[in-house]
Design a protein around this ligand. Structure first.
Ligand code: IPE
Ligand code: IPE
Ligand code: MG
Ligand code: MG
Ligand code: MG
Length: 343
């Protein structure tokens, strides 16, 4: 029963944003990807540095006191959040905000909150009771370095801290009213709740070593990874004051990119090495995870990524509701990075 119920739940979850699942309507893939040779780290060097500096500053200010009894907890939060991570969700949120005419300061607290929740999801994902992974971002996972109970608590604390950041640090102005900010915080709560990544993580774990359907597979990826991608693009558009049609289009863009990103993650798990990834490769097969290559095979999974990328590019070509001078080229480059990434 769960597949049908779950699929319907996912459709409901997306339809509240006027987002429909279009996997069955995807056009044939195009192979000419012009964005293949983009160097992500060079292109976004300035943005990455800014995000890391701001994130570190917030953690220092809000969550670090070396003289406290809880110094070990704070250290674990910093260890799990800083020093590593591609910050792809941050870059997407920032570029979405800029493309919609917003400025950086409006989105930066939310960006840092996104990275905190993302890091929390990784800390908990690696726990022995979850994926049981000892390597993350090229170093021992938080539970290996600090112990299991500290890893659980560090994740818990990061969730709460993330909410505090968005609500306290986002500047209010003519674009961002208190009502709009509350709305963004409401969206954020869905990412972390049973309507978001926790839901996907639950269904992922439940299906380990068990048969699964195409619907369940899409469900898992749509929630466990898609939720935060949808939020990142949606919040970027919302905090720029974009109209509802644009906010919904960017949410759908997040759905496409989140799914593509996780399919590539599945592909890298079987096609790359632990050294290159900074996390243990080859685990999905061992743990009998529900993955795209396990269900469809490598070639068909790659084609799905190509199709999702083409759909994402088409969404970015839609200028309806966009400000004068809208230029989607950087976001298009990011689509290419997600499809062709090697780590
Ligand atoms: C890893 O995400 C977890 C998935 C959703 C696949 P990233 O690949 O973005 O992890 P970092 O932040 O770069 O370490
Ligand atoms: C996890 O997916 C997605 C999360 C929400 C944390 P995976 O379990 O495949 O992520 P990795 O491969 O451990 O990074
Ligand atoms: Mg997992
Ligand atoms: Mg994992
Ligand atoms: Mg994985």
């Amino acid at each position: 029963m769960l597949p049908i119920r779950g699929f319907l739940l996912m459709k409901r979850c997306l339809s509240q944003y006027n987002v429909s699942l279009m996997m069955s309507q995807i056009p044939a893939p195009q192979t000419d990807n012009l964005l293949e040779n983009t160097d992500y780290e060079t292109l976004f060097a300035e943005t990455l540095q800014m995000v890391n500096t701001r994130l570190s500053g917030y953690l220092d200010r809000e969550a670090y006191d070396s003289s406290s009894e809880a110094a070990g907890l704070w250290e674990a939060m910093r260890y799990g959040t800083l020093d590593g991570g591609k910050r792809i969700r941050s870059v997407l949120a920032i570029e979405a905000c800029k493309a919609c005419g917003g400025d950086l300061e409006q989105i930066l607290p939310t960006v840092c909150a996104i990275e905190m929740i993302h890091s929390q999801s990784l800390i908990h994902d690696d726990l022995p009771c979850m994926d049981d992974d000892d390597l993350r971002r090229g170093k021992p996972s938080v539970h290996k370095a600090f112990g299991e109970s500290t890893a659980v608590l560090a994740g818990d604390a990061l969730i709460a801290l993330a909410f505090g950041l968005i609500s306290r640090e986002t500047p209010l102005n003519e674009r961002v009213s208190p009502r709009l900010l509350l709305d963004v915080i409401g969206d954020f709560s869905e990412v972390t709740s049973v309507r978001g990544l926790v839901n996907g993580q639950y269904v992922d774990i439940q299906h380990e070593g068990k048969p699964f359907t195409a619907e369940i597979l899409e469900y898992i990826h749509t929630y466990k990874t898609g939720a935060l991608f949808r939020f990142s693009l949606r919040a970027g558009a919302k905090l720029a004051g974009a109209p509802e049609s644009v906010v919904n289009r960017f949410t759908l863009l997040g759905q496409k990119l989140g799914l593509a990103f996780q399919i590539v993650d599945d592909l890298l798990d079987i096609g790359s090495t632990s050294e290159a990834l900074g996390k243990t490769a080859g685990k999905d097969q061992l743990q009998e995870k529900a993955t795209y290559p396990a269900f469809y095979g490598v070639d068909a999974s790659r084609e799905m990524v190509a199709r999702l990328s083409q759909e994402a590019l088409a969404l970015l070509d839609d200028t309806e509701g966009m400000p004068a001078g809208y230029n989607p080229s950087i976001l298009k480059t990011l689509v290419g990075f997600i499809a062709n990434r090697i780590k």
